[in-house]
Write a protein that binds this ligand. Structure first.
Ligand SMILES: *[C@@H]1O[C@H](CO)[C@@H](O)[C@H](O)[C@H]1NC(C)=O
Length: 392
């Protein structure tokens, strides 16, 4: 063997040893001894949508409230059309009254100086379990109550006056909710919501993305019996939920696979689910507009790298054991740089529109799209602003 060959052989031997033992605990998963990487049943490349917004229209968006809101994941308007309301990284739900932001509600009864302002949405991760982390928000149009999916405290509700939210449910079938993520409410007050994982909490969302483990659930809370039932289980990072305009089904986002799934509530298929659309990337929330179409916020587009990593969990786990910090590994998973893509689907699953900022010049990592009066309001769990796109 040539000296170069010997050297290369030695190098890979040391690398394999290093990755097998991670002696300096530098890897993205070193704090997670039980970490396991699961295969993701990716749709064939040929089924993936090829549409692109070559004009990068989202770059025409207006950036609002820069540094006034940290990680505004979900955006909601109350039954009188006031707002927006948004849940931020320090555990509060804020209300924009047209002039300024005021505190509307909070989910933790134990707030302290630990929840005080910090430089970026990510710097709140450490204390989220104490301060709370409101994710999906929805108003009950009749009663005016705000329902909150708090990542740590479960499904909650607060009256039109705001204040401390009350808990509706924190478990199902004896298994605690660990990462309550999004919700929607039907005409009878039933709440359909997601628990993204029973293993990883939100502050470890990166490890959940890397793992693609399948303990996620879609649940239903019945306000009359106060019971929570499991509609679907063994899901890989279920995320956004939205009822159809006619209430005959709801859709939810499958985060690891990158799909929109339809769950029938009425008719002969009630209680069954089917794939509605394969998405161009990995989704966060989904919201229904007045017409009944669905806006899906895409956290990041698919890349060859994520596709490959999804199919080969052993290689993924090996790469995760390299001495590369979690944030950098995550950056690789989202395609190298934060960018933005939002997609509109018909109730039949037809892709109607795609809007992008593929370089992330203006808008980045959108978590939710709320359409109102010819405008698209876009929140982001990782950004300190709300972006608004005018399409009228
Ligand atoms: C309340 O917050 C403190 C930190 O400020 C924490 O040590 C304590 O465990 C929390 N209590 C509860 C019940 O969550």
């Amino acid at each position: 063997m040539s000296p170069a060959g010997t050297f290369a052989g030695l190098f890979f031997l040391i690398l394999a040893f290093y990755c097998g033992t991670d002696p300096f605990k530098h890897s993205a998963i070193s704090q997670f001894p039980d970490f396991e990487a699961y295969a993701v049943d990716m749709p064939p490349w040929s089924q993936l949508p090829i549409e692109r917004d070559t004009q990068n229209l989202l770059q025409k968006s207006e950036i609002k409230f820069l540094n006034q809101v940290q990680g505004p994941e979900s955006i909601a308007f109350d039954p009188l059309g006031r707002g927006p309301y948004t849940g931020v990284a320090d555990g509060r739900v804020l209300f924009w009254d047209g002039q300024s932001w005021t505190d509307f509600a909070h989910t933790s009864s134990n707030r302290s100086e630990l929840c005080d302002p910090k430089p970026s949405p990510l710097s709140y991760l450490k204390n989220e379990h104490i301060c709370g982390r409101p994710l999906g928000l929805r108003f009950d149009k009749k009663a005016g109550d705000l329902y909150i999916a708090d990542a740590y405290f479960g499904l909650m509700k607060v009256g039109p006056e705001g204040g401390l939210a009350i808990s509706l449910t924190t478990e199902a079938e004896g298994v605690p909710l660990r990462f309550t993520n999004d919700l929607d409410i039907d005409d009878e007050g039933n709440v359909y919501f997601t628990d993204s994982s029973t293993k990883y909490q939100r502050r470890n969302f990166m490890q959940l993305v890397f793992s693609a483990e399948n303990t996620g659930r879609v649940l239903k809370y019945n306000p009359t019996t106060k019971e929570t039932s499991v509609l679907l289980r063994n899901l890989q990072f279920p995320n956004g939920v939205s009822l159809s305009k006619d209430g005959s089904f709801f859709v939810f986002c499958e985060g690891s696979i990158g799909r929109l799934r339809k769950y029938w509530l009425k008719g002969e298929k009630a209680g069954t689910s089917e794939v509605l659309a394969v998405l161009p990337g990995f989704p966060d929330n989904v919201r229904t507009n007045e017409k009944g179409d669905f806006w899906v916020a895409i956290h990041c587009r698919r890349s060859i790298y994520t596709y490959f990593c999804a199919l080969y969990p052993k290689i993924r786990k090996f790469l995760l054991k390299l001495p590369i910090p979690g944030k950098l590994q995550y950056m690789l998973h989202i395609g190298g740089r934060p960018h933005a893509a939002i997609v509109k689907y018909s109730p039949e699953g037809k892709l109607l529109q795609i809007l992008e900022d593929s370089q992330g010049k203006v808008v980045k990592v959108v978590s939710e799209v709320e359409e109102k009066d010819g405008q698209l309001w876009m929140g982001s769990v990782l950004m300190p602003f709300v972006a608004v796109y005018n399409f009228a």
